[in-house]
Design a protein around this ligand. Structure first.
Ligand SMILES: *[C@@H]1O[C@H](CO)[C@@H](O)[C@H](O)[C@H]1NC(C)=O
Length: 334
């Protein structure tokens, strides 16, 4: 009799404990719901990016667009007979303290190549001082967050979205040499080049003034502003970089007007700006927008207490790539 009562009490205690733990877990999920949502949206990008991509990829059959640009004159600065939705403005960003001056001098001729093929266009060079004044004047509610970004590249990326929203126009990395004018693309309200394996690159973007999607990229900066895993690379990619921008794109209700520039089916990477490449419109002379700011990045990494874990992650990623390559060479599909 006593043993039965005891076992019933133990059972009740267990049940109570389980219920408590379950409630606690629910509470944790509830409190962390915004973080969980953000993690989910960022993590799901590779799975959802390509859905309905036929709607947003510029193509010859849907848009009558020549992706090779061979049919367009190299000095075509307007989309005519189509309406020009992107205003004739060129933006370059050269921020990063003392390093910026060196950066401007180094890429002077390359930047000039883009100015020369767009005669009469308004041009802006966004230096630290000019950028700080712009953010304070036009986005006062984002100023503290923007000034407080830990990595210089975050300030540069966030600024890209803000100036593109406020002015519209074309934003170009300093290391992009223009091979032709961008007129044919001005008929689209938003254009950015496809990145690989997913998303788009933010080193080259065109948009109409006060474009709704660009506005969404500005509005969501605050929400995604976290020190992701405490590591520089994920923090930059997930708070302001290409992964962030592509996630906002992927979650727009209708992506038809948010154009992504890729190549024709047989040469899909034709317009990809990964690495030092030549595309029909640009010569990409730096190795990537990250490396253009390598000096600033190394300074940031040097200050970080997370150098150890970062090395571990980078090391593991490198090992993974090496192993995969070796397997591929042996003909194993992974
Ligand atoms: C998305 O937008 C395009 C053009 O703005 C429109 O033609 C299309 O019907 C829209 N699609 C949906 C599913 O709402």
């Amino acid at each position: 009799m006593g043993a039965i009562i005891k076992s019933a009490r133990v059972q009740r205690t267990h049940r109570g404990l389980l219920t408590g733990l379950f409630a606690l877990a629910l509470l944790c999920l509830f409190c962390a719901r915004s973080l969980l949502y953000d993690v989910w949206t960022l993590a799901s990008l590779p799975m959802i990016w390509w859905s309905h991509s036929e709607r947003f990829l510029i193509s010859s059959h849907a848009d009558g667009f020549d992706l090779t640009f061979a049919n367009y004159s190299a000095d075509q600065t307007s989309a005519a007979p189509f309406e020009d939705r992107v205003p004739p403005i060129l933006h370059h960003v050269a921020m990063g303290g003392a390093g910026a001056e060196h950066h401007i001098a180094k890429w002077q001729d390359v930047r000039q190549s883009c100015i020369e093929v767009h005669p009469g266009w308004e041009v802006h060079l966004w230096t630290d001082e000019k950028a700080a004044t712009f953010v304070a004047d036009h986005f006062p509610e984002l100023r503290d967050m923007w000034e407080g970004y830990r990595y210089p590249i975050q300030k540069i990326d966030a600024l890209r979205y803000m100036i593109l929203y406020h002015y519209g126009g074309v934003i170009l990395d300093m290391d992009l040499q223009c091979r032709r004018a961008l007129g044919p693309l001005r008929r689209f309200g938003f254009v950015a080049p496809a990145a690989h394996p997913t998303g788009f690159s933010v080193g080259f973007m065109m948009a109409s003034r006060r474009n709704e999607f660009v506005g969404a990229m500005v509005r969501n900066l605050d929400r995604y502003n976290r020190h992701w895993l405490g590591l520089p690379y994920p923090t930059v990619m997930f708070s302001t970089g290409c992964h962030y921008a592509s996630t906002i794109h992927a979650y727009q209700r209708n992506r038809t007007e948010l154009k992504v520039l890729a190549g024709p089916p047989g040469n899909f990477r034709m317009h990809s700006l990964n690495g030092p490449v030549s595309t029909p419109i640009f010569n990409h002379l730096g190795s990537s927008s990250w490396h253009s700011y390598d000096a600033a990045m190394i300074v940031s990494l040097g200050k970080s207490k997370w150098k150890g874990p970062l090395m571990l992650v980078v090391g593991s990623a490198a090992a993974f790539i090496v192993i995969r390559r070796a397997r591929r060479r042996r003909g194993v599909r992974v």
